[in-house]
Design a protein around this ligand. Structure first.
Ligand code: MG
Length: 249
């Protein structure tokens, strides 16, 4: 049933989860691939609700943000939650302020992965649906050592346009040699497939999700998956197509 995954013990299946194509570039989603977003967004929303109640506004009943995607946490969304544009804007302003004030950590091992790519001279870029200002602020704060990285926000994934744009900026002509690493099936994996890149799912594997995405897109290739950055680096090591940087002499 799951021909790319089925039946093998975990370690033996590791290589079989991926194509063996060389890697000429890598693209990353940001939220929950490079930064621990959802858990912290959830905490921020809890604080916002407390502050809204201080202002006399009750928390809407039955609203849980645990499973909401970050792109839904917008003025529009909060306006719907509060059924009032003024309250929606107020809630959003509180979230926005908290978001800038709160320290949000990088995903464990993310910087090591980017360092490995730097060492290999493999170009990489960030393609996120997050708003540009927030994305640039957060990237700089957590990954300031990688100054000059191509960071594209407001990407509208699953639309592939910003993936095309990133590859153009990086000077990559063959998307098949590009890994796109993301943690959401319906935005990241679909965008990678639409752009002709090799999708790599980051996080606990979701067999049903993979099956559904393949049915919906007609994609026949492998959907890779890694559970963490260490596995991602194992995948990268030995497959970098880029030339090593010139010998310093
Ligand atoms: Mg994400």
């Amino acid at each position: 049933m799951f021909s790319n995954f089925g039946g093998f013990p975990r370690k033996a299946s590791f290589a079989s989860r991926f194509s063996t194509a060389p890697i000429s570039a890598m693209l990353f989603d940001f939220d929950d691939v490079l930064m621990v977003t959802e858990d912290n967004a959830h905490k921020i929303f809890e604080i916002m609700f407390v502050q809204m109640e201080v202002g006399g506004h009750k928390r809407p009943n039955g609203i849980s943000f645990k499973d909401k995607r970050s792109e839904e946490k917008s003025v529009d969304f909060l306006t719907r939650v509060y059924a009032d544009p003024v309250l929606g804007q107020k809630a959003y302003d509180i979230v926005e302020t908290l978001y800038y004030q709160t320290e949000i950590p990088a995903v464990e091992g993310a910087a090591e992965t980017l360092r490995l790519l730097k060492q290999n001279n493999t170009p990489f870029a960030i393609v996120s649906n997050l708003r540009n200002e927030l994305l640039e602020y957060r990237f700089k704060r957590l990954f300031g050592e990688f100054e000059g990285t191509v960071v594209l926000g407001q990407s509208r994934k699953p639309e592939p346009d910003n993936i095309h744009r990133a590859l153009e900026i990086l000077g990559i002509t063959d998307p098949k040699e590009v890994l796109f690493v993301g943690d959401k099936m319906d935005t990241d994996v679909k965008a990678a497939i639409a752009a002709g890149c090799h999708p790599v799912f980051f996080g606990p594997i979701d067999f049903e999700g993979v099956k559904r995405i393949k049915e919906e897109t007609g994609y026949k290739g492998p959907v890779g998956w890694v559970s963490n950055h260490q596995e991602l680096r194992e995948l990268i090591i030995g497959r970098s197509k880029s030339k090593p940087p010139p010998h310093p002499r």
